[in-house]
Design a protein around this ligand. Structure first.
Ligand code: ADP
Ligand code: MG
Length: 356
């Protein structure tokens, strides 16, 4: 029913889309675009359980903290159900978005993208935390759905479309049709796993101990899923495990491709398995529309070529692929009347979120 007060509030209110990623949290605001992009880290005092820092500041503390301070990634480490941590994070991001407006605004409406694997308890924790953090209305959306909307896929239409969202901790594969997810897979192999592969490789082949962030930089610089037009080399620095001394070795993009090939292979298998379970009519649609790759991990060199070759379908990289989920979540609020059915129900009494 039309409510004039709500309509008025809507005109001036802040509409926020949040991507609660395992690696990065992004916030988009209607009319402004992405205003926050920070690592999903929280630093906590182990003894008092007090939250000391969030986002970029917390990530800075990693590896440099005194023993009583731990820096955790609530979404990757699977403690999203820890209410205080989740709330502190949402509180920080929502307030930060709210503070950026010059005039005092009514409390914001938020849509939060959550990994599709999370439990009911975790969903509830995120939802409650958003309200406790000052949201006037809060909605949850599954990340692959938000990624699809943000990438501009026709998720509401009767034809099929597909997204593969590769993040830090999770990869989500989903096929959409008529506003729903027809087939989906979620797995815990994504960008982080490739970093670990590189750490392992350096240890086994060169007796070299390297940090995860060094491995990540190497992956971004010369990692690939398909032979490169011009193979490259790079210096990898760490500590020699035999001598205990600092050491550096030159590694090639061919070696790094080999190092991460196991994880890349798992990704490809999951994409193929999802296609295997997709109804034939939708496969026909996908052959026309192709497979959309989103998330930071999708920017791995040669991934588009590799997925295309292995699936016999054209893969393509979503424009601005790292911000798809936040932008998609934000777009839902712009067209809440049309898109309400794509949201996740957080109220057990209403099993269907779609209006009848
Ligand atoms: P999440 O949604 O889980 O927070 P993101 O979508 O932010 O994750 O992606 C983070 C992952 O993307 C990290 O593993 C990071 O190493 C990886 N990544 C970012 N840029 C690149 C790149 N150019 N090539 C390969 N991987 C990348
Ligand atoms: Mg993500």
């Amino acid at each position: 029913m039309f409510n004039p007060i709500n309509a008025l509030l809507g005109l001036f209110s802040l509409d926020i889309g949040i991507d609660l990623g395992t690696a990065n949290t992004l916030v988009s605001v209607r009319g402004k675009g992405i205003i926050i992009n920070e690592p999903s880290w929280v630093a906590i005092d182990k003894n008092t359980k007090r939250v000391l820092a969030i986002g970029a500041e917390a990530k800075e503390m990693v590896g440099r903290t005194p023993a009583n301070i731990v820096a955790i990634r609530p979404l990757r480490d699977g403690v999203i159900s820890e209410f205080e941590v989740t709330q502190a994070m949402l509180d920080y991001f929502i307030k930060k978005a709210h503070e950026q407006s010059f005039i005092p605004l009514p409390r914001p409406r938020v849509v939060i993208g959550i990994p599709s694997g999370v439990t009911e308890v975790e969903k509830r924790a995120v939802y409650d935390a958003a309200l406790a953090a000052g949201a006037r209305e809060a909605y949850l959306i599954e990340e692959p759905m938000a990624a699809g909307i943000g990438a501009g896929l026709p998720v509401m239409e009767a034809r099929g479309s597909m997204v593969v969202d590769i993040g830090g901790g999770t990869t989500e594969v989903a096929v959409f049709c008529l506003g729903g997810i027809v087939v989906s897979r979620s797995l815990r192999v994504a960008g982080d796993e490739m970093d670990e592969d590189i750490v392992q490789y350096a240890r086994q082949k060169y007796n070299l101990l390297v940090g995860e962030r060094t491995a990540e930089r190497l992956k971004i610089a010369i990692g690939s899923a398909y032979p490169l037009p011009e193979e490259k080399t790079m210096l990898l620095r760490g500590r020699n495990l035999v001598t205990g001394l600092p050491a550096a070795v030159e590694v090639s993009s061919i070696e790094i491709r080999e190092a991460i090939s196991g994880s890349v292979g798992i990704l490809i298998d999951v994409i193929r398995e999802t296609l295997d379970h997709t109804p034939p009519e939708l496969i026909a649609d996908l052959m026309e529309a192709g497979i959309c790759l989103a998330g930071g991990g999708s920017m791995l060199k040669g991934l588009v070529e590799r997925v295309s070759e292995e699936t016999h379908m054209q893969a393509w990289l979503a424009p601005d692929s790292m911000t798809c989920v936040a932008r998609g979540a934000g777009q839902v609020l712009e067209q809440l009347d049309v898109l309400r059915q794509v949201l996740v129900s957080t109220d057990r009494r209403s099993t269907s979120a779609s209006p009848t």
